[in-house]
Design a protein around this ligand. Structure first.
Ligand code: CA2
Length: 149
């Protein structure tokens, strides 16, 4: 069976490349998704990609991953810092989770230093722009591959 991962983008990430390039870079979300799909083809895995500005829609998508995929790569965006509901959904599905951020949340405002998701993730990658996602997918892939061995 081909390994499949869920890629989740949280609120406002649909504006990537269109606003605030000094913080989030010039790549659009489509660019990020294209580079993820290229890496997935190289690794030999499948991706299911979803972006929403709505907390409930993100939670529904996370719940739908049970039995459908082997891991979750998520940039919860601002919900990182607020959403116990997203954390609970991730925890409930019991799949390996990698949290990614474009910016280095630890060198920004103090409210961004706290992540509700980090305690239920196997790891967090931040500060590398679109490369955070690619590094995160590699980390998730290796984690799942090694746990199957
Ligand atoms: O650095 C990241 O990836 C963040 O998850 C981005 C979130 C922010 O709230 C987190 O603290 C860190 C914000 C996403 C908003 O994305 C935009 C993209 C372009 C223009 C405006 C917002």
């Amino acid at each position: 069976m081909t390994t499949k991962f869920m890629i989740l983008h949280g609120p406002n990430l649909n504006m990537l490349g269109k606003r605030e390039p000094a913080i989030y870079g010039g790549q659009t979300l489509e660019d990020v998704n294209t580079s993820l799909m290229e890496l997935a083809a190289e690794l030999g895995c499948k991706l299911s990609i979803f972006q929403s500005n709505s907390e409930g829609a993100l939670i529904d998508f996370i719940q739908s991953s049970a039995g459908e995929c082997q891991g979750i790569l998520i940039n919860p965006a601002a919900f990182t810092h607020t959403s116990i509901a997203i954390r609970d959904a991730l925890s409930a599905v019991g799949l390996p989770v990698v949290e990614v951020h474009l910016s280095n949340i630890h060198r920004r405002e103090s409210f961004r230093h706290i992540s509700m998701v980090a305690p239920v993730a196997i790891g967090q990658i931040c500060g590398f722009g679109g490369d955070s996602y690619l590094l995160g997918l590699r980390a998730l892939f290796n984690n799942v591959k090694n746990s199957l061995n």
